[in-house]
Design a binder for this molecule. Structure first.
Ligand code: AMP
Ligand code: ZN
Ligand code: ZN
Length: 314
């Protein structure tokens, strides 16, 4: 396709955005992206938060989130820092932290680090035990649980009242369809762009839930941000059903640009409000005191098991 002119200023454009049916120059692409994030913020996030943590892994999605949301949070006069979770993945965690610090430094944002090793183990220990079949659960699923736990606990202990993550549109589509396929309809409520907190459960939000993965990639290029190059060395491949369903929708989106956004919007605005999630009474974990559907919570059970297995190996 020959390069067009920017829809806003008429200058030579750099980005063709099919779902906007428009070309944008560098600056106006950034503006277009920021406006869409701002709309999500204004529509779904209540006012009144004071201290915000932006969880940044160093990947394209959360780095795009950090750049875009920092303008908005700064304008709103909110106190905010970035959060990096150091899972103790050899090489990868250190490199990711370097990249998060580099981006945050450019934006003049402080980085806080939550360390899994403070709890006596690392994801490397978990990985080894999974490989040795001493723990039977996929390592990425354990890692996801650990990250959610640490994000919430760190935020609560340091007085934050909102945690933001970089979940994107592509993943939300894959997650939705695979939840439908397997009948886990209540799981869809996890896709709300904003979930309020209570007690020691801190509110959570996903401001770039309606942004395509590829848009986040263009955005980090446009703002000239650095992102983590490789993949997590422990990554065992995503659940293939998720990926295939996601790719099927993204392929349909190529012929009908914006289809995935429309679908996501309807999931959030029409479908989720109709789901009557069974009253899952959250208990407080008798070990750590954080909310969980089981007692002890998943994190404390993991911690206990890893520590027992590691000491039996000594
Ligand atoms: P994932 O679970 O890898 O799909 O990541 C989802 C979101 O969680 C990312 O967009 C980040 O906001 C956040 N996240 C994942 N890993 C980390 C990490 N190591 N440190 C801080 N935030 C993270
Ligand atoms: Zn322009
Ligand atoms: Zn616990």
């Amino acid at each position: 396709m020959p390069r067009g002119k920017c829809r806003v200023c008429g200058r030579e454009a750099e980005y063709w955005v099919p779902w906007a049916n428009a070309w944008f120059c560098h600056d106006h692409f950034i503006e277009y992206y920021d406006k869409r994030v701002r709309r999500v913020w204004e529509k779904y996030f209540p006012r009144g938060h004071r201290k915000v943590l932006v969880a940044v892994s160093g990947g394209k999605d959360s780095v795009a989130l950090l750049y875009s949301i920092s303008k908005l949070l700064g304008d709103s006069g909110l106190y905010y820092h970035a959060l990096f979770i150091d899972l103790g993945i050899p090489g990868y965690s250190r490199e990711s932290l370097r990249i998060v610090e580099k981006n945050a430094g450019r934006l003049d944002i402080e980085v806080e680090v939550a360390r899994l090793s403070d709890y006596g183990f690392t994801m490397e220990d978990v990985y080894r035990l999974v490989r040795a079949r001493r723990i039977r659960r996929p390592v990425c699923s354990i890692c996801g649980m650990v990250k959610r736990y640490l994000m919430n606990r760190y935020a609560y202990e340091h007085g934050y009242d909102l945690v933001l993550t970089g979940h994107n549109l592509d993943d939300m589509i894959g997650f939705t369809l695979s939840s439908i396929v397997s009948g886990r309809i209540e799981d869809l409520v996890k896709l709300k762009p904003y979930v309020e907190g209570s007690g020691n459960l801190v509110a959570r939000g996903k401001p770039i839930l309606f942004m395509y993965g590829v848009e986040n990639k263009w955005y980090v290029e446009a703002v000239d941000a650095e992102i983590v190059g490789g993949q997590c060395p422990f990554r065992a491949g995503e659940s293939s059903i998720n990926v295939e369903l996601r790719d099927a929708v993204l392929a349909a989106d190529k012929k009908h640009p914006g289809l995935a956004i429309l679908m996501a919007r309807n999931i959030v605005d029409k479908l989720i409000p109709r789901i009557r999630a069974p009253e899952k009474k959250l208990k407080s974990c008798s070990v750590c005191g954080y909310p969980s559907s089981t007692d002890p919570c998943g994190f404390c059970r993991l911690r206990e098991r890893v520590s027992a297995l590691l000491s039996s190996q000594e």
